[in-house]
Design a protein. Structure first.
Length: 257
């Protein structure tokens, strides 16, 4: 392995994975040689619903949303995946076509661990299986949170949830535009803006120059789980829509990665 090859971003990412060091030297070299990368610009459909699944994907840089489209054409985004995280494990474990679109919310580069290599790791690497089970368990928790939020939570609570560690585990700082946050939470930019201002009035976040810093992570998590005051529910009637907006920053306290 040449030094310049080892310095490639997707090689560095693979070497950082907790299961990679457990592989024999030959398997590690083979894996580094066979992984692929895919680049896309903001708004691109990087992986389309209905297409064959080629492997397991990770976000090397940027941000993507996973979204589905109903037969009536209604679009629903159900998960955002930032850099450093894997997605699509359910798809690669099956033989059916992909069920959702993967859309770049900003300029993005993906890594693809081909299906053949994924199957080899699944069959012969115990640390890889432990990592995958833990990852699947986290995704299940996120799915249950999304279902509950859509049925029981107010818009303010949904915004708070989508700024929490449930979706951004291990992040000390998160930068999102209000448009991106609206896409992920299924809310209009106006609704997101009013929700953030409501949380600012409660001392949960601070808004400066179009950005928001989280002041109390524990209080924000508690706010997402409790019924908001009546005065904060006025924005719930606004219809969903998307529009460009200033960036939003969430500062996160130090926590386990």
């Amino acid at each position: 392995m040449h030094l310049e090859e080892a310095a490639l971003p997707h090689h560095r990412f693979l070497r950082s994975q907790p299961w990679f060091a457990a592989l024999p030297d030959e398997s590690r070299t083979s894996l580094l040689e066979r992984t692929l990368t895919l680049a896309g610009r903001k708004g691109d459909v990087m992986l389309a619903a209905g297409t064959p699944v080629k492997g397991w994907y990770a976000v090397l840089s940027g941000l993507v949303k996973l979204q589905s489209r109903s037969t009536e054409g209604r679009v629903s985004a159900f998960l955002g995946v930032p850099d450093g995280e894997w997605f699509g494990e359910g798809s690669v474990l099956k033989t059916e076509a992909r069920r959702y679109d993967v859309i770049a919310l900003r300029d993005t580069e993906l890594l693809c661990l081909p299906r053949a290599q994924f199957d080899e790791l699944l069959a012969g690497c115990l640390p890889f299986n432990h990592f995958l089970v833990s990852h699947l368990n986290r995704r299940l928790g996120q799915a249950m949170t999304i279902i509950e939020a859509g049925r029981l939570r107010s818009p303010e609570q949904r915004v708070a949830l989508y700024l929490s560690r449930v979706f951004w585990q291990g992040r000390r700082r998160l930068v999102l535009s209000q448009e991106e946050l609206g896409h992920l939470a299924g809310l209009s930019r106006q609704t997101v803006n009013r929700a953030l201002k409501s949380m600012e009035q409660l001392g949960l976040v601070s808004l400066e120059f179009g950005r928001v810093a989280m002041l109390d992570e524990q209080a924000l998590a508690a706010y997402a789980e409790t019924r908001p005051p009546r005065s904060l529910t006025a924005c719930s009637s606004l219809p969903p829509e998307g529009a460009a907006a200033p960036a939003v920053r969430q500062s996160r306290s130090r926590g386990p990665g």
